[in-house]
Design a protein around this ligand. Sequence first.
Ligand code: ATP
Ligand code: MG
Length: 692
Amino acid sequence: MDLSKLNPPQREAVTTLEGPLLVLAGAGSGKTRVITHRIVHLLNERPFGASARNILAVTFTNKAATEMKERLVKMAGPRAQGVLVCTFHAFGAEMLREDVHRLGWPKKFAIADMGDQLSLIRRAMRDHKVDDRAFDARKVLTLISKAKNSGQPPSPKPEGIGDDYDLITHLVYPSYQLALKAQGSVDFDDLLVLPARLLREHEDLKAKYTRRFRYLLVDEFQDTNLAQMDLLRLLTGESMNVCAVGDDDQAIYSWRGAEVKNILQFDTYFPGTKEVRLEQNYRSMQVVLDAANAVIAKNPERKPKRMWTDRAGGARIRVVKCPNDEEEARYVAREIEKHIAHGIPADDIAVLYRTNGQARPVEEALREKGIGYEVVGGSEFFDRSEVKDVIAYFKVIANPKDEVSLLRIVNVPARGIGDVTMERLHTHARGQGVSLWEAMERSEGYEDLPTGAGAKVREFLRMIERYRGLFEGGNLAHVTRNLLEEIGFKEAARAKAVSVSSGDKKVKSVEQVLTSLENFEKREGPKASLLTYLNRLSLDTRQEEDEDELPGGNRRVTLMTVHSSKGLEYRLVFFIGMEEDLMPHKGMQGEPQNLEEERRLCYVGITRAKEHLYLTRAAIRVKRGKDVPCTPSRFLEDLPPETVELIDLEAPRTGAPTVEEKNFFANLKERFKAKGPGGGPAPGTPGGPRGS
Ligand code: ATP
Ligand code: MG
């Protein structure tokens, strides 16, 4: 590897291989680059005979992990395949797959999704005589999740202390945990908690894992939570060869339990830490960097950072006022079309927003123009009921103890196994202390079932068992196709739909599950099993790609929330909805620390742009069916005027050019004279209506 492609502090970070190391630096300064180069350097130098399998690199998302792995293979060749690059959760899942039986779980555990979790919590609430309609199971789940992520399961509290939800959570938590274990599942947070328990309670495992993972690298460290820090400390062992990189100005997950003090007080967790600072930004043009610096500078109590770039100038940031959210979306689509025509590839373009709901109009506008796009993150696809049904079949086939899924599909499509039958079977299961599945197997001996129901139940069991065998032979997509055919799944889904087009959509969703299975098999090869597929789904929050034939081939514009844009970069970025109540978000304006986090979020969004940045807002937005006037985001006021070009799409259009239009065309001429990037209109002059 060519170390000359790094600046001196980067080189220092890459070549310091022993002991704890912290790189604390601003956006675009090459922190992630330090991680990849450090791994390649480790592979080259092989300190103490270390090899690829001794290296663990932790990223924040699965997507980032895949990309980093690809980079590594490109840089270091096939030997980089052995490096484990994944998220903390995926790493935890990997550990549990090997060793969770030591804690009493089956090796083939399942990962419960949110729906499963809520069902189990509601049942636990009922068992404790807590009315699950008066109290919100979601709130209980949030409290349990918080406790797990802060490394402390809720301990029993003396009676009368804490509010109702605290008390309910203390009651429900142990039952919920038992129920999960009884059906052989863990929840998402357990992927951090249980591995830490394994390492803490089993010396031999601690020895095994610390011996194996001798070099640990963690990206985006500012957004780790206490459970992750706990796991990391247990893994590092005595050598403490841990390299963490991050930026406290980009801490945007405190609402999910992330602790910025993990990075600010790194030295207290890992004494003797060497700290490296990076100050040169390689990503953005000067204009973008100036704007980002000005926005983040307003946060009190931050570690001041100097950032500079040698990419002088750049196109001014376009701050665009649109009449409403639909016009905003259309404007974005028109500008994207222009930039693509001028040579920016679609996959170097991103549209960022604060909330998932803002994506829909943009999707429509892009579709209208025939521009390919990909929505990252929104889990809408896996919320579709027919998709959930297919997944529930998989879950029951992989794990007959999964009661939640079993109840979901036992009569889908309808096969004459009604609620009364299942109620009674459930009572038998409880009475005999067996699982629902086992009670179903014993149904011949129960006399209280409706006539003929027992036979239907057993027929269903046989069918599932037959498919369990078939799935073991691999060929997942093919077997699934046969299964769905045999039970008449698609026809039933169509029959349930309210219209022909919604029926088509349902069938298409089912086809997409099959495609996703096929892709999974292609990727995983012979390792692919139903269980690994399911676990991958729970770890992967990325939406399945829309398989519509769209022009542009694989090159698609990316649509995502600012939260999921962490670490990424694009030549052209649209940050939409720059309004009060969206950015900063409505619920986040009261508490100063929340507002500071919103400001950091704004900083993250701006710093994704390499060359062009648009900050758009709507004057009116439709909220719950009503037109609501919107105020410009307070963050826009912090932009240095000389970095901005103001554009107002609402300026009236009469036959004669308006003052704004004249200005706009004058500016345009000026820009042509100036040539190359830069040379927008004079600060503060509004542009005119454009691109309509
Ligand atoms: P973020 O905080 O947003 O995650 P980062 O600090 O991780 O940013 P990188 O993504 O590693 O920054 O780097 C930003 C861009 O700068 C990348 O395109 C990277 O290739 C480039 N870059 C980093 N260091 C150098 C360098 N020394 N020479 C040339 N390009 C560099
Ligand atoms: Mg990075």
